[in-house]
Write a protein that binds this ligand. Structure first.
Ligand SMILES: Nc1nc2c(ncn2[C@@H]2O[C@H](COP(=O)(O)OP(=O)(O)OP(=O)(O)O)[C@@H](O)[C@H]2O)c(=O)[nH]1
Ligand SMILES: [Mg+2]
Length: 342
């Protein structure tokens, strides 16, 4: 495992807490995963409020709440009085983990639409179940794929319907074409700016495939009668459930360089091994024997099958980890939804 030192250095950032077996260093992990050395039993993680229980020796506690997110929360609070409605964008692959409880609370008084974005990468059936589930809870939910634009045209009619009383009241006051203002909120990298670009048919909102691109609230006139406020992605200070942080990390909502990518990929492989999607099995040319290996060994197998080797012919597990994560995030391992309604 090369660059272990670099990983350690990165992990020392203050907004990241890594509770790996063996403490923050990750050295113990290296021992456990080296088949040449006998595996030592993983020591119990120190008891701490920020160390949720996990039975996997490859768990890391993920937390990302940099200062700009606190600032964003204040900006959202400040600008709420300017808007008629809130559109919350969530990730169709993780509709539970991608809902920020703080933002839901902050914006609770406003009419709201939920957009289940990145539907092109989620399981079709699961998305349908989510839309039904949310509407059974009287929440307007629209499945969208902002990459192709599918579903986006349902947004303005849904919002016009939601705000019909308000629009009528403005008209009654003599405003001929009242403009409705909508705040777009959501976790980082979920597609808020891409949605604004889609709906306005312009490329004015900066977007890119990494979290933390938008850095301040910004207004856009998107169509006749609608203005939208793009906001930076915001998470919350502590994930009570360890799996929430992991799922956000799998889908790209958390900055990669504050995490141990190999540990993350191993946890993702735990899931992928269970799901056994044909795309996953075929892409990495995996046999049944490969699939029954512990995930850290499976990562080495994937590295070897992909010709990712370092000097001496050892598997480059760091490169393989980045590849597995990238390919999962691009849905090359199948359309996978990680959370279903109860
Ligand atoms: N496959 C797919 N990719 C999408 C979709 N929507 C957005 N993306 C991609 O997701 C990445 C992030 O999009 P952004 O619009 O920058 O996300 P954001 O929520 O504004 O992110 P921050 O400003 O960092 O909070 C980009 O690479 C988009 O192309 C979608 O529906 N499907
Ligand atoms: Mg953005």
């Amino acid at each position: 495992m090369k660059n272990q030192k670099n990983i350690r250095k990165k992990n020392n950032k203050s907004n990241y807490i890594a509770n790996k077996p063996g403490g923050r260093s990750g050295a113990r992990l290296k021992d456990n995963r080296n088949p040449a050395k006998p595996a030592k039993p993983a020591p119990k993680p120190k008891k701490s409020k920020t160390a949720p229980k996990s039975d996997s020796p490859h768990t890391q506690t993920i937390q990302w709440f940099p200062g700009h997110m606190t600032k964003t929360k204040r900006q959202i609070e400040r600008d709420l009085r300017l808007v008629d409605a809130v559109a919350e964008i969530i990730d169709a692959r993780i509709p539970i983990s991608s809902r920020n409880p703080d933002i839901a609370q902050l914006t609770a008084g406003k009419p709201r639409v939920i957009l289940l974005n990145k539907c092109d990468m989620a399981d079709r059936n699961a998305t349908k179940k989510w839309v039904d589930h949310l509407s059974s809870e009287k929440i307007r939910a629209i499945p969208v794929d902002c990459k192709s634009g599918r579903g986006v045209d349902q947004f303005v009619p849904a919002l016009s319907d939601l705000l019909s009383d308000r629009i009528a009241a403005y008209k009654a006051k003599g405003m001929l074409n009242p403009s409705m203002r909508v705040m777009i909120v959501g976790i980082p990298n979920v597609g808020k700016s891409t949605f604004i670009n889609r709906i306005s048919k312009k490329n004015k909102a900066q977007s890119a495939d990494r979290p933390g691109v938008t850095r301040g609230n910004q207004w856009f006139t998107v169509s006749k009668g609608f203005e939208m406020l793009d906001t930076p992605g915001v998470l919350w200070p502590k994930f009570d459930d360890q799996t929430v942080g992991e799922r956000l990390a799998f889908t790209g909502a958390i900055k990669d360089n504050i995490m141990d990518i190999e540990l993350l990929a191993i946890r993702l492989l735990d899931l992928l091994k269970e799901l056994k999607t044909p795309a996953f099995v075929e892409r990495y040319d995996l046999s049944d024997d490969d699939l029954s290996l512990p995930s850290y060994e499976l990562l080495s197998v994937i590295a070897k099958h992909r010709g990712m080797l370092i000097s001496g012919g050892e598997a480059d597990t760091e490169r393989a980890a980045a590849t597995v994560l990238d390919e999962f995030r691009a849905a090359k391992l199948g359309r996978i939804t990680l959370e279903y309604p109860l």
